[in-house]
Design a protein around this ligand. Sequence first.
Ligand SMILES: NC(=O)c1ccc[n+]([C@@H]2O[C@H](COP(=O)([O-])OP(=O)(O)OC[C@H]3O[C@@H](n4cnc5c(N)ncnc54)[C@H](OP(=O)(O)O)[C@@H]3O)[C@@H](O)[C@H]2O)c1
Length: 323
Amino acid sequence: MKAIICEKFGPPEVLQLKEIEKPTPRENEILIRNYASAMQAMDITFRSGRKVLSGIDRIFMSGIRKPRVKIPGLDFSGEIVSVGSKVTKYKKDDQVYGLSKKGGACAEYMSISSTSEVAIKPSNMSFQEAASVVGGAIPALAALKDLAKIQSGQTVLINGASGGIGTLAMQIAKHVYEAEVTGVCGTSNMSMVQEIGADYVIDYRTQDFTENGKVYDVIFDAVGKSTFSKCKNSLTKKGIYVTVDFYNPKKHLLQIITSKFTSKKIKSGMLGNFDDLNLLREWIEEGKIKSVIDKVYPLDQIVEAHRHYETGHARGRIVIAVD
Ligand SMILES: NC(=O)c1ccc[n+]([C@@H]2O[C@H](COP(=O)([O-])OP(=O)(O)OC[C@H]3O[C@@H](n4cnc5c(N)ncnc54)[C@H](OP(=O)(O)O)[C@@H]3O)[C@@H](O)[C@H]2O)c1
């Protein structure tokens, strides 16, 4: 099968397209003919060995001297071609989507555990669209549903509203939880952010949302560009600040302090819950959530795809087509 292989840490050019042997599923695994992968920050950590936000992630996730993950690609969508002898939940021809923590989605076939990390794909999305929503929705739901306990009618601000996580967070806050949502993004993304549900849009290039006097019940920083101390005055009395920067020890310490001593709180520690993929499918099939895809690259243009993601200015998700 065709697969992208990463043998050593380095720039995007270390990624090579190769022919390798197709995997065989173990008794609890499913073998998927994978059609799409969507890029996320862990793809960069796995390839480069470089920290993404605060750094501890590098040691645990990417490996120390060489990549722990040889085939990149976490977010995927494809069709089951065979199942291990103990798999009862899925069958051949089921169309699925998910997030493989051990990578492997930049390949024509991947075998993964049937008990986690995968769910039946939304019927009204293509494989590329389905792959594009997974890696944004899981942390967005962890932040909004599990940590902030978002309620209908609350005022919510999403910083980084145009990114992979931000575009999902915007739609979930607005169309699922019926909050009043403010999206913070750059000038060129303002109309897109409005289209996906923003009641108000703030251009971070011309306005600092922490200095306009407005307050929010929930502030979710979906790009990790702000701090709790800077956002504190933009929170309501019992407001909650959540950030994607969950490996940051300083933010964990602040979480402990604010949980005991202050009414405004910071929350982090989002690892995500894969059962949320079933909730997400329902919302997508009800028309509440759509995919936002910046660009689709074929497998043999993986280097360009990584360069694009690393600009930090992707609009929604960058997708790798594995045709
Ligand atoms: N905690 C978790 O579970 C978890 C899981 C996955 C990822 N993460 C972290 O989440 C972060 C975001 O990942 P992602 O893939 O969603 O990012 P992304 O898609 O690469 O974010 C790019 C977007 O961010 C916007 N942006 C850049 N600088 C900004 C600023 N100062 N203010 C507001 N918007 C800005 C860009 O808009 P412009 O082009 O207009 O600048 C662009 O649309 C990553 O750092 C990653 O490490 C956390």
